[in-house]
Design a protein around this ligand. Structure first.
Ligand SMILES: Cc1ncc(COP(=O)(O)O)c(C=O)c1O
Length: 335
């Protein structure tokens, strides 16, 4: 352990924002131009999103009835579509309207939107140009990636063996429906947790740190990473091969300046994670969560345990408290 940091103060509410959706009836899903009950919402088995993972998606938080950073999510969605030569066929305004309708139809006040654009129905070959119309799906629901105990105590994560898909193969900045690289990495943590028989909700292993093929820290399976050393905050640059997270940007460009912390994008290795004073992850689904320990393994045998902090460190706690303050206010940013 390189530095001992104190646990959050007893006065700080460290629990994640509760998803307080009350379901009176079956969830309503937007699928290809129609709002349908979940039991009837379906796509064709010839949709290339299903056949090949050919498509893109967004995961977006709803806080206090507002769609958090909606503008930035729309920018990313349409930019990603361009990068895979996908004509969404629905304007940005219509897409926003679809999301608001889904939020309303499902009575979501605090929850999560999953927006999926698939290549659409086509023939059995790979050729995307044989799919005349993109598929658009919008689900407004709730999500819980990690246990509430982990938000309070910080989580343990695993260093993944599997490296991140390099930019030259498939740029991780494109939020495609191809998530198997991340899923297989996440399985390393889940399988290790199972093998060790961990049942305590705060100790479970559900997330990994992934390295680039040349050994630099990239991100988690579904979140970005920040490290804090001597009061300074660092996060890997996007060209190491990461998704340019919207929560990452919010923390880096808004929360940190608000609280007077400097943030630098720089390449670093796993030793810098082990030696950090604090580490945390960010994502629309994960929100902000501290990492208190990193385990290494070889073929699911633990080879090392690196304690970073005892619980959530003070800077992470200050940032998360500010985050919470903003997303529970009447001014949840939709920009
Ligand atoms: C691989 C990966 N990295 C980072 C993130 C965080 O991005 P955002 O903050 O935009 O949700 C996600 C979110 O889904 C992700 O899948």
């Amino acid at each position: 352990m390189t530095s001992m940091t104190s646990a959050p103060s007893a006065t700080t509410d460290t629990t994640p924002i509760a998803d307080d959706t009350e379901r009176a009836r079956e969830p309503m899903i937007w699928v290809n131009g129609q709002m349908l009950p979940k039991s009837q919402a379906a796509v064709s088995v010839f949709d290339h999103g299903l056949l090949y993972g050919d498509g893109i998606f967004e995961g977006i938080r709803v806080y206090n009835g507002k769609i958090f950073k909606l503008g930035q999510h729309m920018d990313r969605l349409y930019q990603c579509a361009d990068k895979i030569f996908l004509d969404i066929g629905v304007s940005r305004e219509e897409m926003i309207d679809i999301q608001r309708k889904c939020v309303e139809a499902n009575g979501i006040k605090n929850g999560y939107i999953r927006l999926v654009v698939t290549r659409g129905e086509g023939s059995l070959g790979l050729n995307p140009y044989q799919c005349p119309k993109a598929g658009v799906i919008c689900i407004a629901d709730t999500i819980a990636l990690f246990t509430p105990e982990m938000y309070e105590s910080g989580m343990r994560v695993v260093l993944a063996h599997r490296p991140k898909t390099p930019i030259a193969c498939l740029d991780p900045r494109i939020k495609t429906l191809n998530y198997l690289n991340n899923i297989m990495a996440k399985c390393e943590a889940i399988h290790l947790s199972q093998k060790l028989g961990i049942t305590d909700p705060k100790d479970q292993l559900l997330e990994v740190i992934m390295l680039s093929t040349d050994g630099k820290v990239s991100e988690g399976s579904g979140d970005n990473i920040f490290v804090i050393k001597d009061g300074k905050i660092y996060t890997p640059p996007s060209d190491v091969g990461i998704l340019e997270g919207i929560t990452r940007r919010f923390v880096k460009d808004e929360l940190c300046p608000m609280l007077g912390y400097s943030v630098e994008e720089k390449l670093f290795g796993i030793e810098d994670v082990y030696n950090a004073d604090e580490v945390f992850l960010t994502g629309s689904a994960a929100e902000m969560i501290a990492v208190r320990e990193v385990l290494t393994h070889d073929n699911l045998e633990v080879t090392g345990t690196h304690t970073i902090s005892e619980g959530e460190g003070p800077i992470t706690n200050a940032l998360r408290t500010k985050f919470r303050e903003i997303v529970t206010s009447d001014n949840v940013p939709e920009d």
